[in-house]
Ligand binder design. Structure first.
Ligand code: TYD
Ligand code: MG
Length: 446
């Protein structure tokens, strides 16, 4: 049943008030307010009727024509790889990442490497002069780059229609606004409305668009994931600000493989592509110390060799410390518990520090065996052979489990000059130049 809405109206000047008043605040008359009742319009239609006109169209899948998808290359191989071969014409992409990680730099670098692409860059965060300064740093003159600092979404669309760029870059979606809304730029409503308009223009007029978005502390692209379903591709630019490497990770891709990763290094001249990431994460020191072991983790479809370092030292406090950087702290505690229970090693009165070289964050369980090896090496103060790679997941029972892509990981190790590999018993792979050893349990291994 529709509800009734009650208000009071002054019979002298028609001033409306939600409650009854003795004096009208507008005209000053006494006792003029009378009650009015109004039926609230129900938002639901009670009866949906079947319309007589027929404008539906149903097509057999086999009769749907295949469109040839043109791809625009960014001329950065690592970027193209993550996109699945370049930007699809008319696609809508979201690039997220922490502030200062290098998102704007990546787009300027694309402009530099692709002088044939006409790029419209909506600069909501920096002035033209600041962009010019940065462009000079990476050696971009920018004949193909058009900059606008007007962040009203309607004028962005207007400029895009007029210029017809090959690529429209919005830096960032949090600075865009529509003046039809009262909320502030960066609010969820503004972000949603502006993105919806941009999406329409990308699809209807075939303007390839990339929006930059900052991430919140929780790691979501601000505007809690509302944008992710709207766009074709979601990319995440990540890295450690204290280190040089940056990973460009694909989280969703309607036009190619998701989970692909591109690796860059940030230095004075901007972002450099890293074609052999293992070099970046293996320390090249010849120092023979205990506690270091080499793991091979998969990032997307790429195997990367990385050095895991552990330091186990007697604890001075009641509760021993467990500190991990680049590795899940709870996983570290679990592996220590497995070593105690299944291999008889004692960490009860020892502080344990674990570090992954180069600032990489490891999530691949295949690194477990290298962590186990680094921990027991440091505890016993015995140096681990620098020429061995450790690959395997460790279970609660102390069993060493098989992992994916073993052959590919070993091939990468061979390429980097590693001579031996320690694998799970069931995961043997043949590789000519590498000596393969296996272990079924960690007690056998330790
Ligand atoms: P930026 O692209 O502005 O980050 P975002 O757009 O993601 O906020 O990157 C800025 C950082 O990169 C800044 O800390 C300086 C650094 N940087 C370099 O180290 N070398 C360079 O050549 C450039 C252009 C930036
Ligand atoms: Mg920026």
């Amino acid at each position: 049943m529709a509800k009734e809405k009650i208000h009071f109206e002054c019979s002298n000047c028609n001033h409306v008030s939600p409650k009854w008043l003795g004096v009208c605040p507008k005209c000053g008359e006494w006792n003029t307010f009378t009650e009015k009742r109004e039926k609230k319009k129900s938002s639901k239609k009670h009866k949906v009727e079947i319309s007589e006109s027929d404008n539906s169209e149903v097509v057999r899948l086999s009769d749907v024509g295949t469109e040839h998808q043109e791809r625009l290359s960014s001329n950065l191989d690592e970027f193209d790889r993550v996109l699945g071969g370049g930007f699809v014409d008319g696609s809508f992409t979201l690039l997220g990442g922490d502030p200062g990680i290098g998102k704007s730099t990546l787009m300027l670098q694309t402009a530099k490497n692709s002088p044939n692409l006409k790029i419209l860059y909506i600069a909501g965060e920096e002035s033209g002069a600041q962009i010019k300064q940065r462009a000079a740093r990476i050696g971009l003159t920018g004949e193909n780059l058009y900059i606008s600092s007007n962040t009203d979404v309607q004028s962005v669309i207007h400029s895009a229609r007029k210029l017809k760029p090959d690529l429209l870059v919005i830096d960032s979606i949090q600075t865009l606004f529509s003046d039809e809304l009262t909320s502030l730029p960066g609010s969820i409503r503004q972000i949603r409305e502006c993105s919806a308009l941009l999406q329409q223009i990308a699809k209807k007029e075939n303007i390839t668009t990339l929006m930059i978005g900052h991430v919140t502390k929780e790691g979501d692209i601000a505007g809690p994931r509302i944008l992710e379903h709207m766009v074709d591709t979601v990319l995440h630019f990540e890295g450690d600000k204290n280190h040089f490497y940056r990973l460009l990770r694909c989280i969703k891709n309607r036009f190619g493989p998701a989970q692909e990763v591109g690796v860059f290094e940030m230095n004075e001249g901007g972002l450099q592509e890293v074609t052999n990431p293992s070099e970046l994460f293996l320390s090249d020191s010849d120092l023979e110390v205990s506690g270091n072991a080499i793991a091979c983790v998969m990032e997307g479809t790429r195997p990367i060799l990385v050095e895991v370092q552990a330091l186990v030292s007697s604890s001075n406090y009641g509760t021993p410390q467990r500190t991990a950087s680049g590795f899940d702290q709870r996983r570290l505690s679990l592996l220590i518990a497995v070593l105690e229970k299944r291999a008889g090693l004692h960490f009860g009165d020892q502080d344990v520090y674990l570090n992954v070289a180069g600032g990489l964050k490891i999530t691949d369980p295949a690194a477990d065996l290298a962590v186990i090896s680094a921990l027991s090496s440091s505890l016993k103060d015995q140096v681990v052979d620098k020429n061995t790679v450790y690959i395997g997941e460790v279970g609660l029972g102390g069993e060493i489990r098989n992992v994916s892509n073993v052959a590919q990981r070993i091939r990468e190790a061979g390429k980097m000059g590693i001579q031996r590999a320690l694998l799970p018993k069931s995961g043997t792979a043949v590789q000519n130049n590498i000596e393969i050893n296996t272990a079924a349990t960690i007690s056998e291994f330790v």
